[in-house]
Ligand binder design. Structure first.
Ligand code: 9MR
Length: 372
């Protein structure tokens, strides 16, 4: 079943439910986010959960309508892929790849090396001799990249390496099994291994907290740029920087000028960029959901207008498509005290398009076309 057949209501994914009239109507709308992005030579997509792909046809419909690139929300983390040492399980990760493959969608690989979402055994195993520590990093990257050779649009090789609030002299995250095992050298080893076993898909460093002028964002930008400078000096093969884009407008306001300066510095290193995990926290916003939605949309528009004005920017992925499944409804400090779902993504929990959807559409329409 291809995208058109699905959207025309010819069949439902995995046979769970038929497509109702409202879905057919939505499908008939002319200009999806995907089409708007494609018109500019950009990508638009979202993180997906394999469980929801299996069980929720409305979720599938929204994704097929708007996304041309997907990223695993959790299935491609080491905790899920290698739960026991040496025993790889790709069931969840493959489910997303199969879905993407059968609908002609691209996929980002997220993520090969992160301090979080690791299996319990890893920290202990990384106490061994240095050669063994290296093997634990290299063999994992090799195994995962070999499996998905030719299938990933790009890779987040190292995720969230900096955390200046942990008082390391250079702003590197100390609460990190990789840093504890290797010091900063784990980053070079990860990228070199990814380069050696990769297929040419660009290799990204990925991080968050770079969009506002609050002090902790300033420290993070500085730490990231200094890190990239050190990596470049050591010829580490890094192609891009992925800006996660978990915005928090009611806590740390988006500052276009400050963010644009950061983008210019990234471009100065010759890196390509991507917004890879966009969502906009509504915590601490007004009680009235309509007012929160309006502010979330305004911040989305301002952020994407700035991001997309840079030629290095290759595309935008939201961290989910519908409020029904956002991580921001699950965990502090984003979870709302009144028990309602956070309203942080383009569709609400009933799959109605929110002002944020329109803000993304408008920003894509206003973006300069790539290659022109
Ligand atoms: O949203 C993701 C959540 O469902 C997972 O349980 C968690 C651990 O795998 O990862 C979350 O995604 C994170 C992403 O990988 C990196 N940036 C922050 C995201 C939200 O915590």
């Amino acid at each position: 079943m291809n995208r058109r057949e699905f959207l025309n209501g010819a069949a439902a994914l995995a046979g769970t439910a038929a497509i109702g009239p409202s879905m057919a109507a939505a499908a008939a709308q002319p200009s999806s986010l995907r089409q708007r992005a494609e018109a500019k030579g950009l990508l638009f997509g979202c993180a997906v959960k394999s469980t929801a792909l299996r069980n929720d046809p409305d979720y599938v419909r929204a994704i097929l309508e708007d996304a041309d690139i997907l990223v695993h929300e959790y299935e491609l983390k080491r905790k899920n892929v290698e739960p026991k040492e040496g025993q790889y399980t790709f069931e969840g990760a493959d489910a997303v790849m199969d879905f993407a493959g059968s609908h002609g969608l691209k996929v980002r690989g997220h993520t090969l090396c992160w301090y979080a979402a690791n299996p319990d055994w890893l920290a202990n195993a990384l106490q061994g001799p240095m050669a063994e520590r290296e093997r634990l990093l290299v063999s994992y990257i090799q195994t995962v990249m070999d499996r998905y050779r030719g299938k990933m649009q790009s890779w987040d090789v190292v995720n969230e390496a900096v955390e200046p609030d942990q008082w390391n002299w250079n702003g590197m995250r100390r609460d990190n099994v990789w840093w504890q095992a290797f010091g900063e050298d784990y980053i070079g080893l990860a990228f070199r291994t990814a380069k050696e076993h990769g297929d040419g898909a660009p290799l990204y460093l990925c991080d968050y907290g770079v969009e506002s002028d609050v002090r902790w964002n300033e420290r993070r930008r500085t730490a990231i740029l200094n890190l990239i400078e050190r990596l470049r000096a050591r010829d580490v093969p890094i192609d891009g920087f992925a800006i996660q884009g978990h915005l928090k407008p009611f806590q740390a306001s988006f500052e276009p000028e400050v963010f644009a300066r950061f983008m210019r510095e990234l471009e100065g290193f010759g890196l390509q960029t991507m917004v890879s995990e966009l969502d906009v926290a509504d915590i601490d916003g007004p009680d009235d959901p309509g007012k929160r939605d309006a502010e979330v949309a305004a911040v989305t528009k301002s952020f994407l207008d700035t991001a997309l004005s840079f030629r290095s920017m290759t595309g935008v992925l939201c961290w989910g498509i519908s409020d029904r499944y956002s991580w921001m409804s699950d965990i502090a400090p984003y979870k709302r005290a009144d028990g309602t779902r956070s309203r942080v993504l383009p569709y609400d929990d009933g799959y109605r398009r929110k002002p944020m959807w329109q803000a993304i559409a408008d920003a894509l329409d206003g973006a300069p076309a790539r290659g022109s």
